[in-house]
Design a protein around this ligand. Structure first.
Ligand code: AMP
Ligand code: MG
Length: 487
């Protein structure tokens, strides 16, 4: 294996160096026949990686972990996780590797990470591999989230490996190259805490502070400030999910980042018909991760983070618990504020509108959407058109438009700003039927539908007449949507 640096970029191995106890040096599996399926050129440029280099033979080896650049120490990261409420103390990267960190164009450290790169010591029964479909799904959904301004891990490339992967059938295999502000998770802290090594826990917390929340280092209690920073980041993130109708699907503590980026696009989906109880994941039998539960689950996960950090807060446990509880209490306030402000913006009302006027209007709207099972994305996008006096499209989403009409009279009397609405309500999201269509075609070797979908959802606010089908509802025969995890 050669060790040539790609162009002028140097990789660092900071996590591997500072947190050895949580990093197992490991190598990616050999890829027999790498073939580039998609490359994110703007992201490559941010990282200083030349697109021409990445498309070339060495680039493909780099993107699959088969060429280890100078400075990089590929590692499988250890973490724990509450999965559907049950603690798995030793999860870790079973089929992923952290290649290393790169300082981007703004000097920010970014993780370059591989998913589907082969079995690691954390693989348990898994084959360590990933199929083309799920990796392209993560690519398109994460890039759609980014384009909507929602914090997320990014996707740099998907490379087909030429190796088949056995699922229910044999599928083409792939490696996703993921870029993130870091891969520190709530589960990383649970892992460190469970070792009983308080020095490790402190080093992990210091690493997180230095990397993500340097201001916390100046606080009277830096570790409480760390917890508070994570709480604020997650309150804001989950509100953003709720406002676009995103259902993550598997909000286990190992899938919740410290920096507040969305991570791990497995069984995720977007609402079509507005339904607070919506669940898409086939394994979420109790609806733990239903659309409406996401804020509550986030708070539950943050409570697990607080528990993990307790020994750093105060020498006396009782005092530490008080500090944790006081910090956690902020989540509901911060989430509600972000959600309310976001929803007002979606319906074009100013921030400073009196609460007595805005709140009942918002609550009634949500009841109307639920009763009418109106398409979430089409409704909010169409409402701007209604603000311009054209109500036909939005009315047609309700089986009984009379109730909507009554609401709309009160709403329009407040003077909603249609242009501002178009800047926050996407016309294009990765609609479930379009994602399935694109992934089925890609699995069969045709990447055109994927490329067209990607083009639509990466300029989500810019409505283009020729992309009408990307804004339309699923055909009747699409049926109830189910997603699958761990694929
Ligand atoms: P996820 O649900 O994708 O967040 O994964 C949960 C855990 O299962 C993590 O530890 C993964 O690394 C591991 N895992 C998922 N799929 C595989 C696979 N095919 N082979 C090995 N480990 C896997
Ligand atoms: Mg995961």
């Amino acid at each position: 294996m050669s060790a040539i640096a790609p162009s002028a970029v140097t990789f660092d191995g900071r996590f591997a160096r500072e947190l050895k106890e949580m990093a197992i040096p490991w190598q990616a599996e050999q890829v027999p026949d790498p073939r580039l399926l998609v490359l994110n050129e703007p992201l490559a440029a941010e990282l200083g990686l030349g697109a021409a280099y990445l498309r070339g033979p060495d680039g493909l080896l780099l993107l699959t972990g088969n060429l280890v650049p100078g400075g990089a120490t590929p590692v499988a990261q250890a973490y724990a996780g509450h999965q559907f409420g049950w603690l798995a103390p030793r999860l870790g990267d079973g089929r992923a590797l952290l290649l290393g960190e790169i300082a981007d164009a703004d000097g920010r450290l970014r993780d370059v990470h591989l998913k589907g790169s082969g079995r690691t010591p954390f693989a348990r029964g898994g084959d360590g591999l990933a199929a083309v479909g799920p990796m392209l799904r993560e690519y398109v959904v994460s890039e759609a989230m980014h384009a909507m301004g929602i914090p997320t891990t990014r996707s740099l490339a998907v490379v087909a490996t030429g190796r088949p992967v056995l699922r229910e059938t044999l599928l083409p295999g792939a490696v996703l190259t993921r870029v993130a502000s870091s891969h520190l998770r709530v589960g990383s802290f649970q892992f460190a805490r469970a070792t009983g090594d308080i020095d490790l826990l402190r080093r992990l917390a210091d690493h997180a502070i230095a990397r993500h929340f340097p201001a916390a280092a100046e606080a009277r209690n830096p570790y409480v400030a760390l917890l508070q920073s994570v709480i604020a980041a997650q309150a804001s993130l989950v509100a953003r999910w709720m406002l676009v109708g995103f259902v993550h699907g598997v909000m286990n503590t190992d899938n919740m980042t410290i920096f507040g980026e969305t991570i791990d696009y497995g069984p995720c989906a977007f609402l079509d018909a507005f339904d607070p109880a919506a669940v898409y994941s086939s394994i979420d039998e109790t609806g733990r991760y239903a659309y409406r539960n996401q804020p509550v689950v986030a708070e539950w996960n943050l409570t697990r983070l607080a528990e993990s950090l307790l020994p750093l807060f105060h020498d006396e446990q009782e005092q530490a618990v008080v500090l944790a509880q006081d910090s956690l209490a902020a989540f509901r306030r911060q989430y509600s504020a972000a959600w309310s402000a976001g929803l007002r913006a979606k319906i074009g009302l100013p921030d400073d509108l009196d609460d007595d006027a805005a709140s009942p209007l918002v609550d009634e709207l949500l009841s109307l959407l639920q009763a009418g099972r109106a398409d979430h994305t089409m409704f909010f996008r169409g409402l701007a058109e209604a603000a311009r006096g054209r109500t036909a499209r939005v009315r047609s989403l309700f089986p009984d438009p009379a109730a909507f009409d009554a609401w709309a009279v009160r709403w329009s009397s407040l003077g909603p700003d249609a242009d501002a609405m178009d800047r926050v309500n996407p016309a294009y999201i990765p609609r479930n039927h379009l994602v399935e269509e694109a992934l089925d075609a890609a699995t069969a070797g045709d990447l055109d539908p994927f490329a067209r979908l990607l083009e639509a959802v990466t300029s989500p606010y810019d409505e283009r007449p020729e992309l009408e089908r990307y804004a339309a509802a699923a055909p009747e025969d699409f049926g109830p949507y189910r997603t699958f995890c761990g694929t």
